[in-house]
Design a protein around this ligand. Structure first.
Ligand code: ADP
Ligand code: MG
Length: 618
């Protein structure tokens, strides 16, 4: 029975078949890791069953065949039935997203394979015919799936007797552009396993040809003979159990790729071993880049969790704090019971102790980067900083003490990212506030009029991320220094309002501006502009803008203080008109208010009237 591939699968396969990708060899990593996944699945079932399979029966085998020019990858895993074959090898499970389409377009194969689980199809980079023979554990029938040049696939019955899967690749013809015969060469295969699949948890076996001294060999007449023997190609010890000094950066990077934690090189890693109330070792990575779905609700945090050499959970979310949801890696502790269930795991005391250690390690590591490898830390922070901010915010501040020193903000004076501690260390001891300004981009904030009114030499943090202002409100202070917006009106300095001779005018302006203008002041601190708006109270102007974009039954507005530049021409005109021509005074008031709104990036109620007013006055 011939079947068509689903459209997206077809697209990916065409990409693979025609690929001139230079790392075609990664197909081996993909097929081996599928084999390993399949064994894992069987292993899980086994853990819960009464008569577990003998552990030695789990393996992956590479079978190169020179005569047929084929390479078979065999695993003793869960296997597939007919339905599985159609579902898993004929469609793409995690597709449908915009990111997927983008990746297909840019044909960055490595990324495509990694993010969308299309590893199986990578075999079409090296083979023009693929035969899968498989038998699902616990079922009677075995099946054969085959596909030539991705022209659909066929499924028939097979005689395979034992559970597991054999995938046979009929290698493409070698040519000037590429040597496909390397994939039947035992030395090359060993090399590829060592590079890409060294820490797969199950033995990867291969029958290899070796040479030994022949039985009839004598000292005078030395004779050698070839013989065949199974070798295990991969490391017998998981990487996290090895000694740091026996591992190179490349080993760590390869394990990261091998485990498909990410497809770039990792930014940094933590290899640790703690002994104490709980014994735990692990290898935790900080990725270079956030996965495409990181800031979506589909993303799931977690680390692989092992006990007694057995993976008991693929993604244990209980052992990593939300603040560090970006980490990837593995943790092993023999203090956890093997048959623990997902539900009890959450409340398990040992697990809580492990989580504590893990989070502490991550935090210390990040602090170390901040201190000793600033560039790396900034790379990290630009990618994942918003997650740390969100975590503080969502904890209603309870994580503040723990995380605030990991934050970076843009400094006006330094023209780069700085920490709160650096802000504090660099300011005059007489200052008691951390000043900040909020806006859409650093450039826009730099042109905020209120910045010109900041006392000479004082630094201001420029906050350009949406979450920043909410975060700052949550933080309130940093080591006794209160955060203060440069747009915040200081209600204490009310001297202007005491000047009784202008009280009439002030009241007039109040009457002729909207209700959210709660106060009007005359100022001699404004430079170059006739007027500006400051905020009073808890809702800021930036928040008003943010909230405006959201559907909400009530419009939330910042309380505004309109400040008018005492020495401006506009003020002079206003005072005059207030005496002689109240209609004109109204127009000027309206202009002063509207232009102050525009400067803050707020819209104005009636742009037509605004324009008319300008021309009338000119
Ligand atoms: P991914 O591994 O990311 O899911 P793949 O394209 O590599 O994507 O594999 C697709 C699916 O095919 C797997 O999820 C699995 O269900 C099935 N599969 C592939 N290889 C095997 C195998 N050796 N044994 C059992 N199932 C397999
Ligand atoms: Mg896979």
């Amino acid at each position: 029975m011939k079947k068509e591939f689903k459209a997206e699968a077809k697209k990916v396969m065409d990409l693979m078949i025609n690929s001139i990708y230079t790392n075609k060899e990664i197909f081996l990593r993909e097929l081996i890791s599928n084999g390993s996944d399949a064994i894992d699945k069987l292993y899980y079932m086994d853990l819960k069953s009464d008569n577990p399979t003998n552990k030695d029966n789990y393996y992956i085998e590479l079978i190169p065949n020179e005569n047929e020019r084929t390479l078979t990858i065999r695993d003793t895993g869960i296997g597939m039935n007919e339905e599985d074959l159609v579902d898993n090898l004929g469609t793409i499970a995690k597709s449908g997203t915009e990111a997927f389409r983008e990746s297909v377009k840019s044909s960055d194969l490595n990324e495509l394979i990694g993010q969308f689980g299309v590893g199986f199809y990578s075999a079409f980079m090296v083979a023009d015919r693929i035969v899968v023979e498989t038998k699902k554990f616990g079922e009677d029938k075995a099946y054969k799936w085959e596909s030539e040049n991705a022209e659909g696939f066929e499924i028939s019955e097979s005689k395979k007797a034992t559970p597991g899967t054999d995938i046979t690749l009929y290698l493409k013809e070698s040519g000037e552009d590429f040597d496909y015969d390397q994939f039947i060469d035992q030395y090359r295969l060993r090399e590829l396993v060592n590079r890409y699949s060294n820490y797969i948890r199950y033995p990867i076996k291969m029958l290899v040809t070796k040479t030994r001294v022949a039985e009839d060999s004598t000292e005078d007449d030395p004779k050698y003979e070839d013989y065949k023997d199974y070798d295990v190609l991969n490391s017998d010890k998981p990487i996290w159990k090895k000694d740091k000094k026996d591992l190179s950066d490349e080993d760590y990077e390869n394990f990261y790729m091998e485990s498909r934690y990410g497809f770039d090189k990792p930014l940094s890693w933590i290899h640790f071993n703690v002994e104490g109330l709980v014994n735990v070792r692990g290898l935790i990575y900080i990725p270079q880049k956030a996965p495409f779905d990181y800031y979506s609700k589909d993303y799931k945090k977690g680390l692989e969790l092992y006990s007694h050499g057995v993976k008991i959970m693929e993604k244990s979310e209980d052992i990593v704090d939300d603040a560090y949801s970006f980490v990837k890696g593995v943790v092993e502790s023999d203090d956890i019971k093997l048959n623990i269930s997902r539900e009890t795991l959450q409340q398990d005391r040992q697990v809580m102790l492990i989580a504590k250690q893990v989070n502490k390690k991550i935090k210390t590591h990040l602090e170390g980067l901040l201190k000793n490898d600033r560039d790396k830390y900034e790379t990290f922070f630009k990618e994942f900083g918003n997650n740390i901010k969100a975590s503080i915010y969502e904890s209603y501040g309870s994580k503040k003490e723990d995380l605030q020193d990991l934050l970076l903000f843009y400094s006006l004076r330094e023209d780069k990212l700085i920490s709160l501690k650096e802000y504090k260390d660099n300011m005059k001891s007489t200052n008691t506030e951390i000043l900040y300004a909020v806006g859409d981009s650093i450039d826009k904030i730099k042109s905020t009029p209120a910045l010109a009114m900041v006392e000479e030499g004082r630094d201001v943090l420029l906050l350009d991320q949406r979450i920043d202002e909410f975060l700052i409100k949550m933080l309130r202070d940093y080591k006794d220094l209160a955060f203060k917006s440069i747009n915040q009106d200081d209600s204490e300095e009310k001297e202007e309002n005491e000047e009784t001779e202008v009280k009439g005018l002030i009241d007039f302006i109040k009457e002729n501006t909207p209700d959210d203008v709660v106060d009007v002041k005359l100022s001699d601190k404004i430079k170059d502009l006739p007027s500006m708006i400051k905020q009073r109270g808890d809702v800021s102007i930036e928040m008003e803008k943010t909230l405006k974009g959201q559907v909400s039954p009530v419009r939330i507005k910042a309380d505004k203080v309109l400040e008018i530049n005492k020495s401006s021409k506009a003020y002079e005109l206003l005072t005059k008109a207030y005496e002689d021509d109240q209609e004109k005074a109204k127009e000027i008031t309206s202009l002063l208010y509207d232009q102050a709104r525009l400067i803050e990036g707020l819209d104005i109620e009636d742009p037509v009237q605004f324009t008319k007013n300008i021309w009338k006055l000119i």
